[in-house]
Design a protein around this ligand. Structure first.
Ligand code: NAD
Ligand code: WQD
Length: 348
């Protein structure tokens, strides 16, 4: 269910503001596009399709019943990004573009630093040159590394344990320095916990190109019979059932958090970092059981060894988001599972 009060405000404030969504064809960017357009924003998608499919553009046009501008390109292409910002009279940027596979970042760190940090530098320079100084950045709970206490609040020390996580910390630091250097910048870094689920239309969702690393897309492949079983990475953690606990958040709640962040930036300059989660933790077994029950599917699983780099428990303190953004997640785990299944059960 939508947060209706916030939606009234989003719609009132959108005023056909022109927003660039880097990574706008990807999982979270495409869901943000659907909501922003519904609220009345003018949206331009910018994506190099390195981890997404151009068909998402058509599906977004079907969902919104609108023509949507899409520029195929790389954020490291300074000339193109600068031209796009200027041509579409962009007023704010939501920066989703980035590579996000933790294991791959360990194998190929330079690709991650080049794409994520280099790409962000190119984008921010182009924004500065075009005098566009409002940005919402996709950060991650991975910046906190191994939790020193729970729930994890925004003052928790930052200490990522892999190159992917470090790219997020470096980008945040660059953005924070920029805000100090020039008080006109309005910057929000949103630290996502574990986004899952999909748009109600069933037309867009999370569809990774390779075999999924993340739990929910893996469960879906098993439920569809494309993979034999879920490997549950350890049942000997200090958690109620021994399996890992995470803060899963519905992607539509997450994008509403972005819209609240955009409104917040209307009246606040400087650099801000806010967690986006529900504040609740669910174990791997609870996710598999709930998914299986609400979708009436069988999800065989086997307990295997722990995965390197995994932590036992991670969940967010959501106080800051409530206080500063007036936003909180509304959708429950059942809705997350059902919406994810609706889109993925019918796709190949
Ligand atoms: P995604 O891979 O589905 O979307 C990212 C999009 O960015 C893709 O469409 C890809 O083609 C594009 N892209 C990548 N590099 C690019 C470049 N150099 N130029 C132009 N486009 C480029 O991933 P997502 O799940 O939608 O994640 C979006 C953002 O949120 C990422 O920055 C990711 O690190 C961050 N994040 C995601 C999660 C998650 O669990 N999904 C959690 C925390 C943070
Ligand atoms: C969730 C739980 C696994 C797969 C990762 C990134 C993080 C962020 C989100 C971007 C854990 C268990 C998983 C499987 C399993 N991304 N699991 N079998 O590890 O919390 O976070 O994605 O920023 O940076 O590290 O999410 O979905 O991979 O795992 O048992 O096949 O499911 O051990 O407990 P994670 P996940």
């Amino acid at each position: 269910m939508k947060n209706l009060k916030l939606w009234e405000e989003y719609t009132r404030e959108s005023l056909h503001l022109s927003i660039l969504l880097t990574g706008g064809i990807g999982y979270i960017g495409s869901h943000a596009a659907a909501s922003l357009i519904e609220a009345g924003y003018d949206v331009v998608l910018f994506d190099n399709l390195s981890n997404s499919d151009a068909s998402v553009h058509n599906r977004l046009e079907k969902i919104t019943n609108k023509k949507i501008s899409f520029v195929e390109g790389d954020i490291r292409d300074f000339e193109l990004i600068s031209k796009t910002l200027n041509q579409y009279k962009i007023e704010a940027v939501m920066h989703f573009a980035g590579l996000k596979a933790v294991g791959e970042s360990v194998q190929n760190p330079l690709r991650y630093y080049d794409n994520n940090v280099g790409g962000s530098m190119s984008l921010i320079r182009a924004m500065q040159e075009n005098n566009i100084k409002k940005i919402v950045f996709s950060s991650s709970a991975t910046v906190y590394g191994v939790p020193q206490y729970l729930p994890i609040d925004e003052s928790h020390p930052l200490s990522a344990i892999n190159p992917y996580g470090r790219t997020k910390i470096y980008i945040e630091e660059i953005l924070a320095d920029l805000a100090i250097s020039d008080p006109d910048w309005k910057i929000m870094s949103l630290r996502y916990f574990n986004p899952i689920g999909a748009h109600d239309s069933g037309l867009i969702g999370e569809s990774p190109k390779a075999v999924p690393n993340n739990l929910m897309p893996y469960i879906i492949k098993v439920a569809k019979g494309e993979l034999a079983k879920v490997n549950v990475y350890g049942d000997d953690y200090q958690t109620p059932d021994g399996t890992g606990v995470r803060d899963y958040i519905h992607v539509m709640d997450l994008v509403e958090g972005h819209m609240a962040a955009l409104l917040f930036l209307n009246n606040h300059s400087g650099f801000h970092a806010i967690n986006l989660g529900t504040g609740n933790g669910y174990s791997v077994k609870e996710i598999i059981d709930t998914f299986s029950k609400v979708t009436h599917t069988k999800v065989p699983y086997e307990i295997v060894g722990r995965r390197d780099g995994d932590v036992a428990i991670s969940y967010a303190s959501v106080d800051h988001a409530k206080k500063l953004l007036g936003w909180q997640a509304k959708r429950d785990l059942k809705e997350m599972c059902l919406s994810a299944w609706k889109v993925m059960s019918s796709s190949k």
